[in-house]
Ligand binder design. Sequence first.
Ligand code: FES
Length: 96
Amino acid sequence: MYVCICNVVTEDDVHGCLANGCRTAKEVKAACGFKPGCGMCTKRIHTMVSEYRTAGELADALTGGPLPLAAVAEAPAAPQIVPDAAEGGTAPQTAA
Ligand code: FES
């Protein structure tokens, strides 16, 4: 469905802008290449941005939000498995 007839912008276009990081109606308009028109779509775009934000906040509230980032310690080197010739090469041993 068209959101802006003057600029031929659809709901999918706006949702795509929001998914790509636009967080305000001004950013959506810039990303969609809006040119000055009648302005009838402005309220609808603001509503769509607000709905998108609300949906994200609701999802965060239900899931506990995104986990905080934490440093990951470097894992120790895994021991190398060397075949033991005395046992037919089947018993794993660690390299010296
Ligand atoms: S409908 Fe968007 S500027 Fe006219």
